[in-house]
Write a protein that binds this ligand. Structure first.
Ligand code: HEC
Ligand code: HEC
Ligand code: HEC
Length: 143
């Protein structure tokens, strides 16, 4: 079932995005990221961001390797928006970047139970609240 959803979504999304660019079919409406381009080819990102983000590459978690290219923090830094008063809006709020496609394709990600949804939160607030050990293991030097 999941595979089928995946295949359908993958067939569907690029054309939707294309339609959006030419002002055609309205949904899902995906806000554009900051800067000129994504961390990889846009089309690649559409199809494979979940693989690149997955904890299966437990590199960060277990080996302490941090590749910046597919860092979730970086995604949020570029893809988050601000509201009228200039406050950052959670990336997983309805209609926001990560949510826009996922709602459309009925994908649920649990990532934001732990990961910050807004850029430049002092540290991964939720992660440290839920996982005090993580906070300890993560000295505040880098931020
Ligand atoms: C149970 C809590 C938890 C959940 C749920 C979770 N993560 Fe993580 N994740 C962590 C912790 C803890 C780290 C290591 C600390 C850090 O670097 O922020 C981490 C690190 C990462 C990193 C490397 C660091 C970074 O910011 O890029 C990525 C990428 C990542 N997670 C992606 C995801 C994705 C995608 C999901 C959802 C599918 C997810 N995580 C769900 C706790 C979680
Ligand atoms: C340096 C800023 C930047 C970072 C960091 C970044 N993106 Fe992007 N992203 C963009 C831009 C700009 C676009 C639109 C590019 C275009 O129009 O061709 C984009 C496009 C995308 C798309 C396609 C959206 C669509 O319209 O179909 C996805 C999916 C995506 N990014 C996911 C991610 C993920 C996941 C991460 C973190 C691993 C990430 N991005 C990190 C700037 C960024
Ligand atoms: C261009 C549309 C689009 C955008 C934008 C997008 N996603 Fe996705 N994402 C999908 C689709 C479609 C799937 C379903 C793939 C599947 O079923 O395995 C998915 C699946 C995922 C998964 C795997 C979920 C699972 O349970 O297997 C993660 C993790 C994920 N996305 C993270 C993100 C994050 C984080 C962002 C925002 C930075 C984001 N995505 C933005 C379309 C998108």
């Amino acid at each position: 079932m999941r595979i089928l959803v995946f295949i359908l979504a993958m067939m569907f999304l690029p054309s939707l995005a294309a339609a959006q660019e030419t002002g055609g079919v309205p949904s899902p409406s995906i806000t554009k990221g900051k800067g000129e381009q994504c961390v990889a080819d846009t089309d690649y990102m559409r199809r494979y961001h979940m693989k690149e983000l997955s904890h299966q590459r437990d590199e960060t978690m277990h080996e302490g390797v941090r590749t910046k290219q597919f860092s979730l923090k970086e995604c949020i830094a570029c893809h988050a928006t601000t509201d009228d008063s200039g406050q950052p809006v959670p990336i997983n709020a309805p209609g926001e970047f990560c949510a826009s496609c996922h709602e459309y394709t009925a994908v649920k990600v649990d990532c934001f139970q732990c990961h910050a949804t807004k850029p430049e939160q002092k540290k991964q607030a939720q992660a440290s609240a839920l996982f005090p050990m993580t906070a300890l293991a993560e000295p505040e030097v880098s931020q």
